[in-house]
Design a protein around this ligand. Structure first.
Ligand SMILES: [Zn+2]
Length: 303
């Protein structure tokens, strides 16, 4: 069965002919279960990762070139890092660094997890395959993933943006509405406010049924909703042996030498998907002795 008609993991971009608004809605279901299955995260951590993944995938659907986005929450709390990456191809992966000694309450919010001292940040990076990375940072002032990102997007895109994230078990439904740049008029303001109110109403109901193309018309009564074809979402990890070698090359021979002398191999584990990589002594020696090899395939430090 075509997954975009079956439901579960899909994304639909839409716009309204009758109001200055466009949006994107997605459900992450089995993809989220796959993304988190290698980890036994405390429930509050898993919940924040799910919400960040929902938001990241929506943002990635707006990428106009081959690129990925990295959404991180950073601080000095019991969970100093939550990280979600999503690509223009609508694959994503997620990871949290959880302190082993931390006691985490089931209802802890993002602020309590990441930066209870109030000194945390949300970092959003857009990393194109070619060209410069763009990075935006906002203080982690409160604990709602939805409200933090909504504020950030409204400020950075300089247009009114609303974000909704809701969970049902291990699934997430996420929607973004963006006001189209057109002259502000009383009529346009009223139309935007009405559309936002309709979206609010819809998001107190259970998850939307599929297909979105039909349901969105019910969600915004009185409006002519146009949709782009549904796109499938999936968990996928970008790690590879080449990237591990590349990362080790950056660490440098001097740092790795003591470990190599002790164990004769370097073992690493991908923090996102749990894949194990074993680099033998001969592979490492070849890496550092090969003066003619300027670089290992894959130029970034992703593992
Ligand atoms: Zn991996």
């Amino acid at each position: 069965m075509d997954r975009t008609t079956a439901g579960f993991d899909q994304l639909t971009r839409f716009w309204l002919e009758t109001a200055p608004a466009r949006g994107v809605v997605a459900r992450l279901d089995e993809s989220l279960i796959a993304a988190l299955k290698e980890h036994a995260y405390p429930s509050a951590v898993a919940s924040c990762l799910r919400q960040m993944a929902g938001a990241a995938v929506l943002l990635a659907s707006n990428l106009k070139q081959k690129a990925h986005i990295v959404l991180q929450a950073q601080g000095a709390g019991p969970v100093p890092l939550l990280c979600v990456e999503a690509t223009d191809g609508l694959t994503f992966r997620a990871y949290a660094n959880v302190s082993e000694t931390a006691k985490i309450e089931a209802n802890a919010d993002l602020l309590t997890l990441v930066a209870p001292d109030g000194d945390g940040r949300i970092v959003l990076s857009i990393v194109p395959a070619v060209g410069q990375t763009y990075q935006g940072i906002v203080g982690l002032q409160h604990g709602s993933v939805q409200a933090l990102l909504e504020d950030y997007l409204t400020n950075s895109q300089q247009t009114q943006t609303r974000l909704w994230l809701r969970e049902d078990g291990e699934a997430i439904e996420a929607m973004l509405l963006e006001r189209l740049p057109e002259k502000a008029s009383a009529e346009a303001n009223a139309a935007w406010d009405a559309v936002v109110a309709q979206a609010e109403t819809m998001f107190v109901e259970p998850f939307m049924p599929f297909p979105y193309a039909q349901w969105l018309q019910f969600a915004f009564p009185g409006h002519d909703v146009k949709v782009h074809p549904a796109q499938a979402l999936a968990f996928a990890c970008a790690c590879s042996f080449d990237r591990v070698l590349n990362a080790l090359k950056l660490v440098g021979e001097a740092e790795l030498r003591p470990l190599l002398e002790e164990k004769h191999v370097i073992e690493t584990r991908c923090e996102f998907c749990g894949a194990q990589y074993v680099v033998s002594e001969s592979q490492l020696l070849a890496l550092f002795s090969d003066a003619t090899a300027n670089r290992v395939p894959g130029t970034d430090t992703l593992q």
